[in-house]
Ligand binder design. Structure first.
Ligand code: COA
Length: 320
């Protein structure tokens, strides 16, 4: 059976925060942020939650796919910023949309979260265990940023994107996932303190810490190599790919990947200029933008590649 994307959806919080606004509340500038990252603005939550954004993105994707929530067997949410530790965001989405028959769980793979959710759903669908899956990438990253650390907080945003997967022609042609836990500390957000009275030393509740240059080096070496392996395995040439939908972390990373692949930048759609980096939500939001703009036709081949905390990465080639 071929596993295909049947529909996409997304949701961005109402509040748009520009670089110029950030420069009024911290020592930064539009020039610094946009020249180093390509980011001009991001959406940040005021009232919206990770679950609410996931539900809106999910409803849009179901509508686009022409699938009822009751027909879903599986819901997987990639997130590192669920509203609650338990229930999972996926279970909260299941309840909100009335997908009574679905099995629901979250995946923590940071910015690769949507790709990991997609690969997991693909394995379930391909093996015939389930028929229809809803996969979501959703983040409220503004909650885990240190708003006194200008080198990280200006990079990230909030939002959610979703896709419905099911049987169809073409579909997923190849996949790769990878992890390198040894380098995990270059992009980390440590957990809350333990109030167990037996625990003497306790780290403080933490925010995101990043060694930007190490993350940059990881991305510009790992991502093109992963894409090349996936293309080679699927026996598809770079020139056959209509679009490369990369995790939206930084325009310079995307330019570097394009150069390595000898592919023009026109093949790399961008949402980071108005969204910033939304971790697991970046790729599905971009996919939804590309889909809703009518940029994809049946039979087009696209590549999606996510990378980030863990460290983790995941790449997929599919026929639309
Ligand atoms: N505004 C103004 N100045 C800032 C700033 C900001 N928002 N953030 C940092 N700076 C300053 C630093 O303090 C430093 O000043 P100094 O030279 O006086 O010490 C200077 O800018 C340069 O900082 P540096 O970290 O060397 O910049 P850089 O060229 O490496 O760019 C990143 C920083 C974060 C943009 C870049 O490393 C990057 O994109 N890394 C990848 C990050 C990423 O994509 N993460 C997510 C992956 S999922």
């Amino acid at each position: 059976m071929s596993v295909k994307i049947l529909g996409t959806g997304s949701f961005l919080p109402e509040s748009v925060v520009t670089n110029d606004f950030l420069s009024t509340i911290m020592d930064t500038s539009d020039e610094w942020i946009s020249s180093r990252t390509g980011i001009k603005a991001r959406h940040l939550v005021k009232k919206e939650t990770t679950t609410q954004m996931s539900v809106e993105a999910a409803k849009n994707a179901l509508l686009d796919a022409g699938i009822q929530a009751a027909e879903l067997d599986l819901i997987i949410v990639g997130t590192i910023t669920g509203d609650d530790i338990t229930p999972s965001t996926a279970c909260e989405v299941q309840a909100a949309i009335g997908a009574k028959a679905a099995v629901a769980f979250d995946i923590n793979a940071a910015c690769s979260g949507f790709m990991f959710a997609m690969h997991s759903a693909y394995a379930y669908l391909q093996s015939g265990i389930y028929q229809n899956a809803l996969i979501i990438g959703a983040e409220t990253l503004s909650r885990i940023m240190d708003w006194n650390d200008r080198s990280t907080c200006v990079l990230f945003g909030d939002g959610a994107g979703a896709a419905v997967l099911g049987a169809g022609q073409g579909g997923i042609l190849g996949f790769e996932q990878g992890s390198d836990g040894v380098k995990g500390s270059v992009l980390a957000c440590r957990a809350r303190a333990n109030s167990n009275p037996l625990v003497q030393e306790n780290p403080e509740t933490d925010y995101v810490h990043m060694d930007g240059q190490e993350v940059y080096k990881f991305a510009v070496t790992t991502v093109p190599a992963s894409i090349e392996r996936v293309l080679e395995k699927a026996q598809v040439g770079t020139e056959e790919i209509k679009y490369f939908l990369l995790h939206q972390a930084n325009i310079r990373i995307i330019q570097s990947v394009a150069k390595r692949l000898h592919a023009p930048m026109e093949k790399f759609p961008i949402s980071l200029d108005h969204c910033g980096n939304i971790s697991a939500a970046s790729i599905p939001i971009l996919l939804d933008e590309v889909n809703k703009k009518g940029m994809l036709e049946e039979g087009d081949k696209i590549v999606m590649s996510g990378f980030g905390g863990g460290l983790t990465w995941g790449t997929c080639i599919l026929e639309w």
